[in-house]
Design a protein around this ligand. Structure first.
Ligand code: PLP
Length: 379
């Protein structure tokens, strides 16, 4: 099955009880048993729920993995992965990372004995330098947030396999339509389903997909034992969102390409960060591991101040000033004060996350209106 068919059909069947074409929302906490232990495979909805099971099978298929597991949020999914590790284990992660991921590693898991190293992942030698005999996991995010750097997934996975270290790719920014890390050798893929998978800014959810049955079993144990599961209504919303994933993400990519070109020509714009530009430092890797360049565009201003950024941020009419990304509507954000406020200024300046940096999540509206909106706001 090709991708555009999988989003609609993979793991999805008419309901066995009624023939309903759309997966029903099984809003139940428990299931009748014929005699103790004799049941239809469902006992209690923390452990299994039919709506969730369909979504999990669909997600596994979209990423060419074997197993999918859904969690209450992207960060809850990430927490489940870290619970596969033991005190004393170490993680090497990108230094240009989703702020919440950085916070979870440094403020939660380090208290329980894990250790994180944050390095630029544009050069494998940085990873090699940070790895030691305690390293169990390499955490990759690509494209990165908000600088839109591209990391060579296959190169890192080849290294991880040889070194016996798991590689997990946070594939939230690309979505499975654009990039499939399992095909490039990743052990696990993480999604904040809140973003492109849900796609309509109406649900918070996370997912992990894996190929290995033993790892899936451990994750299912953690999913059930810790209990950070999504409800059936949310699973339905994400299933519904996924049916148009390929259409939405392609349109967002097309719109983002035109907006990036418009911004690059604007006299008040200093630099545009978008992996589709031929002079983007990792353009060739992006071309080889992604189907298109994504719907995210970041840029900074010649007048590189928070005040200058604020003038743009408060003057758009169609772009909504808000956290998050990946919905049908275009959003505009200020990473330094919003998504990345937890990262010290000194640290963010090192990666180019300056005071005037603005991040766009380009939606699927008419691109002429989006460009007009930015033109007015930048002035
Ligand atoms: C939003 C996001 C997360 C966290 O997901 P939640 O669903 O908000 O918990 C993790 N990684 C990336 C790249 C994200 O954008």
């Amino acid at each position: 099955m090709k991708f555009g068919t999988k989003v609609i059909h993979a793991g999805i069947y008419p309901d066995k009880a009624t023939g309903a074409v759309m997966t029903p929302i099984y809003q139940t906490s428990t299931y009748a048993q014929e005699s103790p232990g004799k049941h239809k495979g469902y006992e209690y909805s923390r452990t299994q729920n039919p709506t969730r099971a369909v979504l999990e099978a669909n997600l596994a298929a979209l990423e060419n993995a074997e197993y999918g597991l859904c969690f209450a949020s992207g960060l809850a999914a990430m927490d489940a992965i870290f619970r596969l590790l033991n005190p004393g284990d170490e993680i090497v992660a990108s230094n240009d990372l989703y702020g919440g991921s950085y916070r979870q590693i440094t403020k939660v898991h380090e208290r329980y004995g894990l250790k994180g190293h944050f390095v630029p992942m544009n050069d494998l030698s940085n990873i090699k330098e940070a790895v030691n005999e305690n390293t169990r996991l390499i955490w990759v995010e690509t494209p990165t947030n908000p600088m839109l750097n591209i990391v060579d997934i296959k190169e890192i996975c080849d290294f991880g396999r040889e070194a016996g270290i798991w590689v997990c790719v946070d594939n939230t920014f690309a979505s499975p339509y654009l990039q499939n890390p399992i095909d490039l050798g990743a052990d696990m893929v993480l999604h904040s389903a809140t973003k492109y998978l849900g796609g309509h800014s109406d649900v918070v959810m996370g997912a992990v997909v894996v190929k290995d049955g033993a790892v899936a079993e451990q994750l299912a144990f953690i999913q059930n034992s810790v209990g950070a599961i999504p409800g059936p209504q949310d699973c339905f919303l994400v299933l519904r969102g996924i049916k148009t994933l390929h259409l939405r993400v392609q349109r967002a990519c097309d719109n983002a390409a035109m907006i990036a070109a418009f911004l690059a020509d604007h006299p008040k714009v200093k630099h545009v960060y978008w992996p589709g530009f031929k002079d983007h430092p990792n353009h060739e890797i992006a071309k080889s591991q992604m189907r298109d360049f994504g719907g995210m565009v970041s840029f900074n201003l010649i007048e590189d101040s928070t005040e200058a950024a604020n003038r743009v941020l408060s003057n758009t009419a169609i772009f909504t000033l808000a956290e998050s990304l990946g919905g049908v509507e275009s959003l505009i954000g200020h990473p330094a004060s919003m998504t990345h406020a937890a990262i010290p200024r000194e640290e963010r300046m090192k990666v180019g996350l300056t005071d005037s940096l603005i991040r766009l999540s380009v939606g699927v509206e008419d691109v002429d209106d989006l460009i007009q909106d930015l033109k007015k706001a930048i002035g």
